[in-house]
Design a protein around this ligand. Structure first.
Ligand code: MN
Length: 289
């Protein structure tokens, strides 16, 4: 059975700034798409394509903590450099995905990569926060640096497009990321006239972000930069590209546990939030300068 669209959420009139480098349109938890409604997805920030001027001072966001969930960064255009208090560092280049499990707590910084910043240019990115079940919130922080060539791929026939299976399973092709939750995350690139049909479980909270270009989703036109929220019934999704389009499909089995959320901390109770703030303030997440 085909999934029915519940609502198409258009992007806010103005982007918000995360630091000075991430010019983002928020879709979760804005626009009545709550953390509960989209569980296990807690937050979606979409940095729609924007041309940054060259600079010798890379733009970005300075040291900040995360605890209790995972951050997933998908770079489409431009490069992001990161380093964290666990000693990890790296660059997320176009096509790459960083899947960071903050778990018990970490400090990190996220900046435009130095050479990209110097040259300037188009920057396009998504950051998605995925909740952890209670039992996994205290795992030691770690991350998966998933490069473009390592991502499971479905090559669509006759040069009509490609599907990068970041996580989960798309039509039998397994995703690359190891996840604590039952989620699907597909980066779908269709050429004009191309189409792709897939299924996700009816119980999953499911949505599509129209990163670039518009397309027809189960017979309804979704404009560029919109967020298509699906009803939790039916399984089948068909995307027909009326122009070249890039679409991020996410679906996940909801975590039926209380959500206590305060900025970069997402726990189950308010007491755990106070504890997280205290841990952060007392330097328990390590040091990063
Ligand atoms: Mn961060």
């Amino acid at each position: 059975m085909k999934k029915i669209i519940e609502r198409i959420v258009t992007k806010p009139a103005q982007p918000g700034m995360v630091g000075d480098g991430f010019r983002v349109y928020n879709f979760i938890p804005r626009g009545n798409v709550s953390q509960r409604r989209m569980s296990p997805f807690l937050m979606l920030d979409f940095a729609a394509a924007f041309n940054f001027s060259p600079t010798n001072q890379p733009r970005g966001v300075d040291v900040h903590p995360h605890k209790g969930f995972e951050t997933v960064t998908i770079a489409y255009k431009g490069s992001v450099a990161h380093n964290d208090s666990a000693g990890n560092s790296g660059v997320i280049n176009p096509g790459d995905v960083q899947w960071m499990t903050a778990g018990a707590g970490v400090l990190h910084k996220e900046y435009h990569e130095t050479e990209f910043a110097k040259k300037g240019g188009e920057f396009e990115m998504v950051q998605l926060w995925v909740n952890l079940p209670k039992k996994d919130k205290s795992v030691a922080s770690h991350y998966q640096a998933i490069t473009e060539d390592a991502i499971g791929k479905i090559i669509l026939p006759n040069n009509t497009g490609i599907v990068n299976v970041i996580a989960g399973n798309a039509n039998g092709t397994k995703g690359t990321a190891e996840t604590y939750t039952n989620v699907n995350l597909f980066d779908i690139k269709l050429n004009k006239g191309g189409s792709f049909t897939t299924t996700v479980p009816a119980t999953h909270n499911t949505a599509l972000l129209m990163v670039n270009g518009s397309a027809v989703i189960n017979s309804e036109t979704a404009p560029e930069h919109s967020f298509v929220l699906m009803k939790n019934e039916g399984e089948e999704i068909t995307i027909e590209a009326t122009e070249d389009a890039v679409i991020l499909l996410m679906s996940g089995e909801p975590i039926n546990e209380p959500i206590a959320s305060y900025g970069p901390f997402v726990m189950n109770t308010q007491a755990e939030i106070y504890e997280a703030i205290e841990e952060f303030q007392s330097g328990k997440y390590g040091e990063l300068v």
